[in-house]
Design a protein around this ligand. Sequence first.
Ligand SMILES: Cc1cc2nc3c(=O)[nH]c(=O)nc-3n(C[C@H](O)[C@H](O)[C@H](O)COP(=O)(O)OP(=O)(O)OC[C@H]3O[C@@H](n4cnc5c(N)ncnc54)[C@H](O)[C@@H]3O)c2cc1C
Length: 447
Amino acid sequence: MKYVIIGGVAAGMSAAMEIVRTDQAADITVLERGDVYSYGQCGLPYVINGLVPSAADVIARSVSTFRDEYGIQAEVHIDVIAIDIDKQQVTAKRVLSDELVIFDYDRLLVATGADPIIPDWSGVHLEGIHVLKTIPDTTGIMADLAETIRHVTIIGGGYIGLEAADSFRSKGLSVTIVQRGKQLAKIFDAEMAEWITAEANKNGIEVRLDEEVVRFTGTQRVKEVVTNKDTIATDLVLISAGIKPNTDFLKDTSIQRTKAGAIIVDASMQTSSQYIYAAGDCATHYHLIKQTNDYVPLGTTANKQGRIAGANMAGNRLTFKGITGTSIIKFFDLTLSRTGISEKEAKQLNIPYQAETKTANNQAGYYPGGEEMHIKLLYHRYTNHLLGVQIIGKKGVDKRIDVFATALYNQMTIDQLQDLDLAYAPPYNSVWDPLQKISRRWNRDKT
Ligand SMILES: Cc1cc2nc3c(=O)[nH]c(=O)nc-3n(C[C@H](O)[C@H](O)[C@H](O)COP(=O)(O)OP(=O)(O)OC[C@H]3O[C@@H](n4cnc5c(N)ncnc54)[C@H](O)[C@@H]3O)c2cc1C
């Protein structure tokens, strides 16, 4: 069986490895536009701040490992430009020579991810303007930082913008975040996002909300960011204004995509075309709470979807159960986390909800070193099923968000949180966990 995989990172190589494990006679070709396989983009902000010594450290397996140890035809610098569904062929162009090459397939996986959106602002091609997605992007930023850089402007206050702001600041640089919307991190409700803005300000970051970039000025190198409100003198710009699925090459095919370009997949990761699968940031992600296809591009999901796609391409029958929309970000001393849906989303989806908020300690009140976390929990007004939580704080946020994500996945109700047998000793918790404390409000309201 001939397998062709487009894209050699999280989803693509998870699939390839699953095929290697399942089909001993597999003939696998991977077509990758870049020259690095299987690397963790999630680690790149920590290369910028030096916590991870080198960009090479985020590579899990090299191209030669895939070729020599697993017998995969791992191609580099090759850009897929078209698919012929009837002929079961992929057309690709070698980036370095422009040569066109055709590959036949029995099963095809599209795992092309998503690229940063770079709006067509005047001056956007000036030197010193970057995005953060790949290892070459990171080394480009690092090379620039070796010059005299004092001030960085980050365009977009989503998670990549926030992680990058933290990294640049920790290197002693002045940082301004320009955000088009009225709050940072729009995956959080507005009042929760205020904790994030406060943390940014506390750490010396200038946050400009409700402000839009108009153009960049400079002769060869960027000198100023001109917005609809002001002109910001700057030495380096990072554009983190969202991402777009890499699926334009499918536009002449019958493969169904969302308006934003994500390939619509079913639970087996198959597209609307029988032998063609898709996974990761280029595909849709079924959301268990919204009960519909969503787009929440994250590394954890790309790995899971890729594994399932690979297994099914090789003849197994696995299903992707769906996401609950869990994410976590380190921002200076804070941990920002969420799972399920926010109040904003509940309103958009017309889901009748009840929201509870609480500030609680991560450990027993009398035990030294306790820290607060701010929790906003949503549950269904009539069925009491959990809908989502946002938790922002310091120690212990990561554990609560994962407990809640597990509860959500298992369709638990708010009252059932109280029955959970959660770990307790004074350095780690109170006898009642913060999630249980907040759920006791439900009792209070009912009695
Ligand atoms: C800075 C940063 C931090 C992140 N942090 C986190 C985090 O903390 N937690 C988390 O869960 N996720 C995080 N993510 C997201 C995570 O990295 C992605 O969800 C994941 O990499 C998606 O994997 P993928 O295989 O679907 O796509 P990608 O990793 O984008 O890989 C797709 C590959 O396909 C190739 N390709 C595209 N088009 C073509 C074509 N036409 N022909 C040939 N090749 C092509 C591309 O070159 C690319 O190498 C982060 C991302 C970034 C950029």
